[in-house]
Design a protein around this ligand. Structure first.
Ligand SMILES: Nc1nc2c(ncn2[C@@H]2O[C@H](COP(=O)(O)OP(=O)(O)OP(=O)(O)O)[C@@H](O)[C@H]2O)c(=O)[nH]1
Ligand SMILES: [Mg+2]
Length: 216
């Protein structure tokens, strides 16, 4: 199925479109958009680059690097968005409030937003911010798919154990509509599964996104 996923070819054509500091600077709100969210340093930009086979998004060892909403064009009516990282302590308060305000404005108003990819560092899952995003997606009915990033930092068994644990907690707290998988940018773990989710959300494949569940 994944070999035929049209999202793969489309992602390879991704080009930088625009950086927006506020919602009124975003591209026209039409078509399909998928946003990448998560705590600062969780690996949003790295995941985006891995999924598009490009170095579109700037990655950094310094958390808090992505400070604007960065839009990437896939085709005339499809876009990916790298959202500003959230929750980095060293960012000055006024800037934090600025981001929070504009992130909320974006999430609350964007008609073309079809799904949220939430990146969580596998070593620090379910932070307060992650829980807030899960609450928001539940309340607004926005589909959410979680990438447990940096899975290469743990041994395979430990990574799977964490996946199961987080999956159980999510099922209990937010129901079954949130899907989750392991991901690693350098080791390319979980790339095809994440691309399949993108394919569905971008209106390129019929039906619901199906992510293989963990075997217990
Ligand atoms: N080992 C490993 N390192 C990763 C992975 N993903 C990201 N990193 C590293 O983690 C750091 C942060 O990655 P970014 O992709 O810049 O994180 P971000 O979430 O975009 O950060 P902000 O833009 O600051 O919010 C960088 O040093 C990356 O190289 C991964 O899957 N495995
Ligand atoms: Mg970033």
């Amino acid at each position: 199925m994944q070999a035929k996923n049209p999202a793969i070819g489309l992602c390879q054509q991704a080009t930088f479109l625009i950086s927006a500091a506020k919602v009124d600077q975003c591209p026209d709100d039409q078509g399909y958009e998928v946003a990448f969210a998560g705590r600062s340093n969780a690996g949003k930009s790295s995941a985006l680059n891995t999924l598009t086979h490009a170095s579109l998004a700037r990655t950094s060892k310094t958390p808090g690097r992505t400070q604007l909403l960065n839009f990437f064009r896939l085709d005339e009516e499809r876009r990916l968005v790298d959202l500003p990282g959230y929750g980095y302590a060293k960012v000055p308060i006024p800037l934090k409030l600025h981001w929070q305000k504009h992130l909320e404005a974006y999430l609350g108003s964007r008609e073309s937003l079809r799904g949220l990819m939430l990146m969580m560092d596998i070593r620090h899952p379910l932070t307060e911010f992650d829980r807030m995003m899960l609450d928001w997606s539940g309340a607004s009915g926005m589909p959410m798919h979680i990438l447990l990033t940096k899975a290469d930092k743990l041994a395979f068994g430990a990574a799977k154990t964490t996946l199961l644990k987080v999956q159980q907690e999510i099922r209990k707290g937010w129901g079954e509509h949130v899907s989750i998988q392991l991901f690693s940018a350098p080791k390319r773990i979980g790339v095809e599964d994440a691309q399949a989710v993108l394919g569905h959300w971008l209106g390129l494949m019929g039906g619901e996104a199906e992510v293989e569940q963990v075997e217990e």
